[in-house]
Design a protein around this ligand. Structure first.
Ligand SMILES: Cc1ncc(COP(=O)(O)O)c(C=O)c1O
Length: 363
């Protein structure tokens, strides 16, 4: 006996998608598992991808949570540290640090560490969110290379703003700037400076962006990262967000459904209630007509999404019963399609699955 709302995590699909990311080049492939592995459950995802050389997260709290699950691979803090006290914790826990501004640089140089940390040096090539400017990065590199706190094996990293738009020249411009900055860095004797550029869209769509380290996120979870594509047929969705019909009724034409009566039946209609709502991560702004699969058939959402429930018009399918399974997104219903209905992206929907929804590992 349990509320039937859950996300099923297809671990084999995850491994297959990872193999595709890895197969795109000879590079090291670091799964992005920030935001609870894009909502999938970081523990499940890291265990399924235990062949990966390292993982990427957004904060030290996320990294230490992985350590508490027994994940012992290196973990990169993609935004680096937010305060000076994090540096020794990072060093003690085998975390890798992005260093992307002068404050982080100063804190790292001033720290007294028992062992050096591995550093990824962030370069701003046009995203203008994180990273040293092109004319600052050589000085930052030299300061890091001269410090006993820093391992002599570093990575120069940058991030694309528009790799999901294959016709946008900005990605070429970012690569060109990156290449010229990299070429100008005077790598210290005996040191190594590797390269990292590619997110999912770049791995799948920009062959020139393949460098020493790939950083796939969204594609691992089985969804196309390209703006104009619901599905990439090379990838399999990992998450299936499921619920079940928990109540059924017929309503007369002219009756409305849900808070504020935002949908009115044009005919006698059969309405199924599903026990899933915005407190689970189903988007509150999903409009009438957003598809839901019930018994594998597409049916339209009707009325406002409530905190714990939604209503679906099942008039056009026969034989619906209480307890019948439903899919909000996942297998046979792309999260990108639902996101398009909701004027958002699949990243937000996946990472918005709330803590009360059990993640159930399969395969
Ligand atoms: C620095 C960095 N690298 C890689 C990624 C992965 O991007 P995607 O999920 O599009 O593959 C992200 C995600 O936001 C990121 O911030």
């Amino acid at each position: 006996m349990a509320r039937p709302t859950r996300v099923l995590i297809n671990q084999q699909a995850l491994r297959d998608n990872y193999a595709i990311a890895q197969g795109a080049s000879a590079a090291h492939c670091m799964p992005m598992v920030k935001a609870n592995a894009y909502g999938h459950g970081a523990e499940i995802v890291c265990n399924a991808l235990n062949l990966a050389p390292a993982f990427g997260v957004a904060s030290i709290e996320e990294a230490l949570e992985l350590r508490s699950f027994g994940i012992d691979k290196p973990i990169l803090l993609l935004e680096g540290t937010f305060s000076v006290d994090e540096i020794s914790v990072a060093a003690d826990n085998q975390l890798w640090l992005m260093v992307e501004n002068n404050q982080q640089l100063k804190h790292l140089l001033q720290a007294s560490l028992l062992q050096p940390v591995r550093v990824w040096l962030g370069l701003d090539t046009g995203m203008h969110r994180l990273g040293f400017q092109a004319d600052e990065v050589n000085a930052a590199y030299c300061a890091l290379a001269a410090s006993d706190n820093v391992h002599n094996h570093m990575v120069l990293a940058s991030h694309f703003a528009s790799a999901d738009h294959l016709d946008d020249p900005k990605t070429y411009q970012q690569m060109a700037l990156y290449d010229s900055v990299y070429a100008d860095i005077a790598v210290a004797d005996g040191a190594i400076l590797q390269q990292s550029l590619a997110n999912s869209a770049a791995i799948l769509g920009w062959p020139g962006a393949q460098r020493d380290w790939q950083r796939p996120g969204y594609m691992l979870y089985g969804n196309s990262p390209f703006v104009d594509q619901y599905k990439d047929h090379r990838l399999q969705p990992v998450m299936t967000f499921t619920s079940a019909v928990t109540s059924l009724r017929s309503i007369a034409a002219g009756e409305s459904v849900g808070y504020a009566g935002t949908w009115t039946a044009a005919r006698t209609s059969r309405i199924a209630t599903l026990t899933v709502g915005y407190a689970d991560g189903y988007p509150r702004h999903a409009p009438n007509g957003t598809p839901v699969l019930i018994n594998g058939r597409r049916c339209p959402l009707v009325g406002r999404v409530s905190m714990d429930m939604i209503s679906v018009d099942v008039s056009d399918i026969s034989e619906v019963n209480i307890g019948d399974p439903s899919i909000l997104w996942g297998q046979n219903l792309s999260v990108n399609e639902i996101a398009a209905h909701c004027a958002t992206n699949g990243y937000q929907l996946l990472s918005g699955i709330s803590a009360r929804v059990p993640r159930v590992a399969e395969n």
